[in-house]
Write a protein that binds this ligand. Structure first.
Ligand SMILES: Cc1ncc(COP(=O)(O)O)c(C=O)c1O
Length: 307
């Protein structure tokens, strides 16, 4: 994003509203967060961030990929725009890469016109139309789909759109299964001597349980973050011993997969840099699929015996 001229100020989820206010810069255009963060699976405090964004005249945009529309509706809590990587649960079977933007239409771009000239001043590539004047509440999504899709070419192929539509029909059933299985497995992991810690917000003793109850009371998702005792090498041996889970960068799928960021996606980073990015060096992201949870527990148990 830096190469596109976009700078980011990172803040902690647990930040106080006062500290959060101080993090805004004169050129801040939006606040962005994930409902359930990847890979630490903490729960984003939507109302706190929405209130701060609106105090500073900018929208709250949220990535709702892990929760899906089944488990969380961020608009109910003040979020303005939602994005999804449909590559994950919405597709659910790794058949097509895709994404979507859902605009609540609630953000008033005109009230902060000087911050959003792309929406509030004439667009010469469309005969000088002004999106906010012509489309009102639909200004943002109209610009995104008419101008930016045209310029960037981020268009889904018809075949992938067909796959997604088929998958959406079973999303509610799949999410319920992902959640019940993950909850059972997370609770089991917590009882294991060789497991150092477990993050799963739908367990009562999880630090994010209160936020989970508020924002996604039906359940979170199939993703669990946990660690085995013994550091990076032990984590690798544990993963290599699993027989039912793919070692996989992909996540949120019908098939169980897992990733150890410190030895995979983030392997170029030191332990200190990982901690700074909020990713513990021992963190394993285990994405529970649609298999029988007892089979998955048996598989995890035999892999724990190998370390
Ligand atoms: C929460 C979340 N959002 C967005 C993305 C980006 O997804 P895609 O690969 O479909 O562009 C990912 C990918 O891992 C993700 O996990």
């Amino acid at each position: 994003m830096k190469k596109m001229g976009i700078e980011v100020t990172f803040v902690d989820n647990d930040i106080t509203p006062e500290e959060l206010d101080k993090a805004f810069r004169p050129n801040t255009k939006c606040v962005f967060g994930e409902t359930i963060t990847n890979p630490t699976v903490s729960i984003f405090d939507i109302e706190k961030f929405a209130a701060a964004a609106h105090r500073h005249g900018v929208p709250l945009i949220m990535d709702n990929t892990f929760a899906t529309p089944i488990n969380c509706n961020p608009f109910k809590f003040g979020c303005d725009i939602v994005t999804h990587s449909t590559t994950k649960y919405i597709d659910g079977h790794s058949v097509g890469v895709g994404g979507c933007i859902v605009d609540s239409g609630n953000f008033d771009w005109s009230a902060n016109a000087e911050k959003f000239p792309g929406l509030t001043t004439p667009d010469e590539s469309y005969h000088g139309l002004i999106y906010t004047e012509k489309f009102g509440k639909a200004a943002y999504i109209t610009k995104a789909t008419s101008q930016l899709m045209r310029d960037f070419g981020s268009i889904q192929s018809p075949q992938n759109a067909f796959y997604l539509n088929v998958s959406l029909e079973s999303l509610a059933v799949r999410m319920a299964r992902h959640c019940s299985s993950a909850k059972k497995i997370a609770a089991w992991l917590k009882t294991q001597e060789k497991v150092a810690w477990v993050n799963y917000a739908d367990l009562e003793d999880d630090p994010h349980h209160a936020l989970q109850q508020k924002y996604c009371p039906k359940g979170t998702c199939g993703v669990i973050a946990f660690a085995v005792k013994g550091g990076r090498q032990t984590a690798i041996r544990f993963m290599d011993s699993l027989k039912l889970a793919f070692i996989d960068t992909h996540v949120a799928d019908a098939k169980t997969g897992l990733l150890h960021p410190a030895s995979h996606t983030h392997r170029q980073m030191t332990d200190e840099q990982l901690l700074e990015a909020g990713v513990a060096p021992d963190l394993i992201r285990y994405s529970v699929g649609l298999e029988d949870p007892d089979d998955l527990i048996a598989d995890l148990a035999q892999a724990l015996e190998q370390i």
